[in-house]
Ligand binder design. Structure first.
Ligand code: IMP
Length: 180
C-alpha cells in the first residue's frame, strides 16, 4: 500500500470480480440488443476496460466528459466538455462511471441522453457513495460497491488528476489535501 493511502477499500482482485458480476448481468439483461456503453472521462477508463472484458455480446463503446469536480468537492454545475462520436438516438445506452456521489453528473448526463431520444439509458458504476447524494431519485442500475462518504482515489479516481493509475481503490489520507 502507498503511504498516501489510509485504507484500501477494494483490491484489484475484488474489482475484477465486480466487473465479472456486472458484465454477466449486463450480458443477460441486454440479450438480443447491442448496447452502447458511454464512459465518462477520465475516471471511468480503467473500469470500462475491465467491464467490457466480461460482456459477452455485440456492444459498442464511446466516451463523454462531464466536469463538476474541483479538488475534493463538486462545484455544483456540470459542463459537457467532450461529446460522443457515435449517434445515440434509438440506442440502448449504459453510462459507465467510476463513482456516483452527489448524483448531479449522472442526472445531467441521463437528461441530456433522454433529450436525444435514446431507446433506454441505465447507469453502471464501480462505486456508489449514497451518503453524498444531494439529488433526488438518482439510483445507479449496476453498482459494484457502496462505500462510505470518504474521498477515494485509484482505479481511475483522482485527486487533482493524480492517483488514477493505482490498481486498487483506497481512501486518500486527509493530510494530502488538507496541507494545501
Ligand atoms: P457527482 O456528480 O457528485 O455524483 O460526482 C461524480 C464525479 O465526482 C465522479 O465521476 C468523480 O469524478 C468525482 N468524485 C466523486 N467522489 C469522488 C471521490 O471520492 N474521489 C474522486 N473523485 C470523486
Amino acid at each position: 500500500m502507498n503511504d498516501f493511502i489510509e485504507e484500501v477499500l477494494l483490491t484489484n482482485e475484488q474489482i475484477v470480480e465486480i466487473a465479472d458480476k456486472l458484465g454477466k448481468q449486463i450480458t443477460k439483461d441486454y440479450e438480443g440488443k447491442k448496447p452502447l456503453l458511454i464512459g465518462l472521462l477520465k475516471g471511468s477508463v480503467p473500469f470500462m476496460a475491465e467491464l467490457i472484458k466480461h460482456i459477452d455480446m455485440e456492444m459498442e463503446m464511446d466516451f463523454m466528459q462531464a466536469t463538476s469536480y474541483v479538488g475534493t468537492h463538486s462545484s455544483g454545475t456540470v459542463t459537457i466538455t467532450k461529446d460522443t462520436n457515435i449517434p445515440v438516438k434509438g440506442r440502448h445506452v449504459i453510462i459507465v462511471e467510476d463513482i456516483v456521489d452527489s448524483g448531479l453528473t449522472i442526472r445531467e448526463v441521463v437528461n441530456l441522453l433522454k433529450d436525444r431520444h435514446v431507446a433506454s439509458v441505465k447507469v453502471a458504476t464501480l462505486l456508489d457513495k449514497p451518503d453524498g447524494r444531494t439529488v433526488d431519485n438518482v439510483f445507479p442500475d449496476y453498482v459494484g460497491q457502496e462505500i462510505p462518504g470518504k474521498f477515494v482515489v485509484g482505479f481511475g479516481l483522482d485527486y487533482n488528476d493524480l492517483y488514477r493509475n493505482l490498481p486498487y481503490v483506497g481512501v486518500l489520507k486527509k493530510s494530502v489535501y488538507e496541507k494545501k
